[in-house]
Design a protein around this ligand. Structure first.
Ligand SMILES: [Fe+2]
Ligand SMILES: [Fe+2]
Length: 166
């Protein structure tokens, strides 16, 4: 099995997109089903974000300093997605803002994944060798074993929110 980091991350994106489509097709009355879909979306995004934030982005920033601005923008997009996931995690699916918040999350993450796939991954692949991408992927798979699955477990998010309310 390939452990190419970009292949692994694209596989995650595919799974996330599938759930986004399911949510969008579910219909107004499918409250319970939509709640389940969003729970799964939050779990997948929390793990995926952790692997990119902890392994992919810092390593790429170190190895390819030219891509630093892209990495910094990615951290910010992920941070906004984390906030939305945390809020959705605390909401009930019949809350009047639940669907709207999920829609904004879907728009944000779809935009971010598109940028990664069309612009960022090709630059990373050009800049790093096969071996480096395999090693990065292996490091991500290792890290996945202990990755958080709920936004309430994200220390950086908690720190940001605490300092904003201090
Ligand atoms: Fe990302
Ligand atoms: Fe990603």
């Amino acid at each position: 099995m390939s452990t190419d980091a970009i292949v692994l991350l694209k596989d995650d994106h595919k799974e996330v997109r599938k759930l986004f489509r399911e949510f969008e097709k579910a219909g107004d009355k499918a409250t319970v089903r939509k709640g389940q879909i969003v729970t799964r979306i939050i779990e997948l995004l929390t793990i995926h974000t952790y692997l990119e934030n902890e392994v992919m982005y810092p390593e790429v920033r170190k190895l390819l300093p030219d891509l630093e601005d892209d990495v910094l923008e990615s951290y910010e997009e992920h941070h906004v997605a984390d906030v939305l996931c945390l809020e959705l995690h605390t909401m009930k699916p019949d809350d009047e803002r639940f669907d709207a918040k999920t829609t904004v999350l879907i728009e944000l993450v779809t935009h971010h994944m598109g940028e990664e796939e069309q612009d960022w991954f090709p630059k990373v692949r050009d800049g790093l060798g096969r071996k480096q991408l395999q090693d990065l992927g292996a490091a991500m798979l290792e890290k996945k074993q202990t990755a958080p699955t709920k936004p309430t477990q994200l220390k950086a998010l908690k720190k940001a929110l605490d300092s904003a309310t201090a």
